[in-house]
Structures are given as C-alpha cells and as structure tokens.
Design a protein around this ligand. Structure first.
Ligand code: NI
Length: 201
C-alpha cells in the first residue's frame, strides 16, 4: 500500500508536458520579440528610436521632430562617468573634426537625470565638438527615451555612499526620418568612421 502524497498533483506526469509546453511557448515568444526588435522592418528601420522631448542647457526643448531631415547620432551616458563616456565623446569629436562642414548633430543624453541637469550637460559637452548637444530632462522623460532606444542603465552604489551608473554604450546612427541605421563603429581609425558617416550625409 502506498499513500498518495499531498503534492501528488505537482508530480502528475500528465502535467509535466503541459508545463514544458508553456515554457517552450514563452521561450519562442521571447525569441520572436527580440528578433522583431532587432530586425529592420519593411520600411528599413528597426524598432529603435522614437519620440522624445528633452532640454538643452539654455532651456530649449529638443524633440525627435526637430531632428528630422538629417541623419544624427545619439549616445547615452552621464557626466560622472569615469572613462567610457568621455572616451566615446572624444572619439566622436575626432570623427567630427574630419567633417568640418557637415551639419550633423550628435545627442549626448544623460542616463543620470538626478545629478545631470541640462545646464551641467551643456557645460560638460563644451569640452567636445560643438555639434554635440547635451540633453537632460525629468526622470520620466529620460526613462521614456531610454526605453525607445533600448538603453540599459542602472544605479550601482559605490563604497563611499555615492553611486555610478552601469549603462550600455552604443552610438546610434539614425537616419533623416529618425529610424535606426546601425550601431556606429568608433573602434577604427577616425578617418574611416568619418568616411562612413559622410556617406550618409
Ligand atoms: Ni559612461
């Protein structure tokens, strides 16, 4: 005689295939979602980018509509960043230096709106090419743009009680309609990056 354990249902062999089926469906949907996000649609744009409204240092609001008509670059970071952000902005400046006549705009968008006011962002980008525009806004507005660009950004507490920001570091090349073209490659001589960039201008 064997007694039926109270959690017999959980061990019912008939339920396991169903549970596995549910898991399989979830995995397929997750993979499909990722594929859709990364695959250019029929209009040639992947689902990266979209509407935003953030402020420049002089209090002006810049929206996605203001950027239409010319390709642009977007980079997300923050002014307290010890290395990656200043290095990337210096690399972008090196590329822009080789395109002196080109009216390309580059947005440097904070992922740390708590500390980075739009005035601080403007001051910070003052050390780089003048075509780089520093942008900040309310945490909600910044979060909305991060979501549209699929940016990863999280606070990481430091030992001194302060914090740094872990964040993805992608330079987005966007077309004249605000559609995503590619992650712009700065890991090559600036002449090569400039040549590629100018082919879009
Ligand atoms: Ni950074």
């Amino acid at each position: 005689m064997s007694s039926i354990p109270p959690n017999a249902a959980a061990h019912d062999p008939n339920l396991s295939p169903r549970a596995l089926g549910v898991i399989a469906v979830c995995l397929v949907l997750a993979a499909l979602g990722l594929w859709i996000a990364m695959t250019p649609s029929r209009t040639g744009t992947a689902l990266i980018g979209g509407p935003f409204a953030l402020q420049t240092g002089d209090g002006k609001t810049i929206t996605d509509a203001d950027l239409k008509g010319k390709p642009f670059l977007v980079y997300f970071g923050y002014t307290h960043c010890p290395d990656v952000c200043p290095t990337t902005l210096a690399q972008i400046s090196d590329v822009l230096k080789r395109l002196p006549e080109k009216p390309i705009r580059v947005l440097f968008v904070t992922v740390d709106p708590e500390r980075d006011t739009s005035a601080l962002m403007a001051d910070y980008v003052g050390s780089f090419d003048p075509r780089i525009i520093g942008l900040s806004g309310s945490p909600q507005d910044v979060a909305a743009m991060e979501k549209a660009y699929r940016v990863y950004a999280r606070k990481a507490p430091t030992k001194d009680g302060d914090y740094s920001m872990d964040h993805s570091s992608i330079v987005y090349l966007m077309d004249a309609k605000g559609g995503f073209v590619e992650a712009f490659n700065l890991d090559r001589p600036p002449e090569e990056s400039a040549k590629e960039l100018s082919s879009y201008l």
